[in-house]
Design a protein around this ligand. Structure first.
Ligand SMILES: C[S@@+](CC[C@H](N)C(=O)[O-])C[C@H]1O[C@@H](n2cnc3c(N)ncnc32)[C@H](O)[C@@H]1O
Length: 290
């Protein structure tokens, strides 16, 4: 695993190297199951835009599910790299790659500032990993420099909270019991930071990407019902807040929140629709009319 220093005081680096990152590592199997339809779209996009032995970068790769799926889908000569700011998540990704004997490597660094080899990637992808930058133009300009002329960018980001009720059920239900839950700030780094498609388009335009195409996709996702309590008690703002409360409050919150998820439960399966943007763009250059 390569590592570069993180900015001290960076809130996202702190979260992803602490409670949020650890929760994602613990829930890796559940989350990979939940987000498999998103992974499938990105594997198809990467395979269509990279030669079989090309170089693919997965940004905010987390525990590596998408990076490894792309490595499996491309030929053994392909070179897939995942970058993430979270040491525990990159360590988990690295462990998976070793166990699978996969042609993938992982870098623990901030994608906004990491000194990528210039013009080295054929395809850059991200599953829900690019909404956390505090300077998104700097980040996407850095990724643009890492892309070969004409290289493709594909990422999936959440649309708004109102279109994704599953994702905010826990905090709405828990609010009376956890009055200090932080409110979601529009356009701030975080899960819904790219909800505004015009903002995303402006960021990519300013960062030098061309052919920008932003489409809504509604992806049916599932998780086993037996994993629901683990999911709601570890992840998101409620999962983070539950780390600070006494056992009695914790039990009351989990009971209340679990009941609020009932409309999503169908027998032994939890079903939701992930309302996302599928964003595509390319680096200007060879064989492109830019
Ligand atoms: C919602 S998780 C998605 C993880 C993974 N793509 C997946 O779908 O399982 C967001 C990821 O972005 C990473 N991240 C946040 N800011 C980052 C940055 N500046 N550079 C690299 N990764 C970052 C986090 O550490 C986290 O792993």
């Amino acid at each position: 695993m390569e590592r570069t220093a993180q900015q001290p005081g960076d809130e996202q680096a702190r979260l992803w190297n602490g409670p949020a990152g650890n929760a994602w590592v613990d829930a890796q199997t559940t989350l990979d199951h939940l987000f498999r339809p998103l992974e499938k779209l990105l594997v198809e996009a990467a395979c269509a835009s990279s030669p079989p032995t090309g170089r693919v970068l997965d940004v905010g790769c987390g525990t590596g599910g998408t990076t490894l799926a792309i490595a499996r889908a491309l030929s053994p000569g392909a070179d897939c790299t995942g970058i993430d700011i979270s040491e525990p998540m990159i360590a988990a990704a690295q462990g998976r790659a070793v166990r699978e004997g996969a042609a993938a490597r992982f870098v623990c660094a901030d994608a906004q500032t990491h000194a990528f080899e210039p013009a080295s990637f054929d395809s850059i992808v991200s599953r829900l990993g690019v909404m956390f930058f505090d300077d998104p133009v700097r980040a996407f300009s850095n990724l643009r420099r890492a892309a070969k002329d004409g290289a493709a960018l594909h990422f999936i980001a959440w649309r708004g909270a109102a279109e994704n009720p599953f994702m905010t059920t826990a905090e709405r239900a828990a609010a009376p019991l956890l009055p200090d839950l932080p409110p979601r700030q529009p356009n701030a780094p975080g899960q819904f930071g790219f909800a505004d498609r015009h903002r995303v388009e402006a960021i990519l335009e300013k960062s030098g990407w061309r052919g920008i195409d932003i489409r809504p996709v509604d992806l049916p996702c599932t998780l086993p019902e037996k994993d629901l309590v683990g999911y709601l008690s570890r992840l998101g703002p409620v999962g983070l807040a539950l780390r600070q409360v006494d056992e009695r409050t914790r039990e009351r919150v989990i009971g209340t929140v679990r009941a609020a998820f009932e409309p999503f439960v169908h027998g032994d399966e939890v079903r939701l629709v992930a309302a996302c943007w599928m964003v595509a763009a390319h680096a200007p250059g060879r064989n492109r009319n830019d």
